[in-house]
Design a protein around this ligand. Structure first.
Ligand SMILES: [Zn+2]
Length: 206
């Protein structure tokens, strides 16, 4: 709880988000006591009722709960609840608007993939994480009847992307209805996955 309040957002929402951030970063763990409304009020020089309003959002979401006479505590599974909520918001706030902007700029899906791969690559380099190669997910759809490859999201350019970044392609995973079926039956781990053979070989060389 060392963040500074800004003017762009209601204070009580900022209070609830700061507590959520602490839970996400394991600063506040399950069954640990959350700062009281009075403590929060003092810390941020705000009205205790405002702090209480922020805490209340977390209670309603099942993130914190009240122990009578003791205080507010982080609920079991709170982190997962927050992650789920933030993932949905992430899609809305970043992904959906990014795709809309890309479309208005005439950036193709393949170009977008290239940009994301490039970014991921540089990030891995910065963190000194060696990159063995690329695996393309949802590369194509495999017809369950005849096995024909259908380029559902357009022709893949992953080979070009890999060449540009000086790496190799270790697999192209199709959308295979057989996998979906196996996953639904809880038998995914029994499936043979020849699409990742090259990736397995690459891992064995380490
Ligand atoms: Zn077919």
């Amino acid at each position: 709880m060392n963040e500074i309040l800004t003017q762009g957002k209601s204070i009580y929402i900022q209070i609830s988000e700061m507590i959520e951030n602490d839970i996400l970063r394991d600063i506040l763990c399950e069954e640990e006591r959350v700062p009281s409304t009075n403590e929060l009020a003092k810390l941020y020089a705000i009205n205790p009722a405002t702090a209480a309003k922020g805490i209340n959002i977390l209670v309603e979401a099942g993130i914190v709960y009240k122990k009578r006479g003791i205080g507010m505590f982080v609920a079991k599974g709170a982190k997962e609840v927050i992650q789920k909520k933030r993932k949905d918001a992430f899609y809305q706030d970043y992904i959906a608007s990014m795709l809309a902007e890309a479309q208005s700029l005439g950036i193709t899906k393949q170009e977008l993939v290239q940009m994301i791969v490039k970014k991921a690559f540089h990030m891995a380099n910065m963190m000194h994480i060696p990159v063995l190669g690329l695996v393309e997910n949802f590369s194509y759809l495999k017809c369950p009847d005849c096995g024909k490859k259908i380029a559902l999201f357009g022709e893949s350019n992953i080979d070009e992307v890999a060449a540009k970044e000086g790496t190799r392609v270790l697999g192209k995973l199709p959308l295979d209805p057989a996998y979906a079926k196996a996953a639904d039956a809880g038998a995914f781990y029994e499936m043979e996955n020849p699409y990742l053979d090259a990736a397995v070989d690459a891992l064995k060389t380490i």
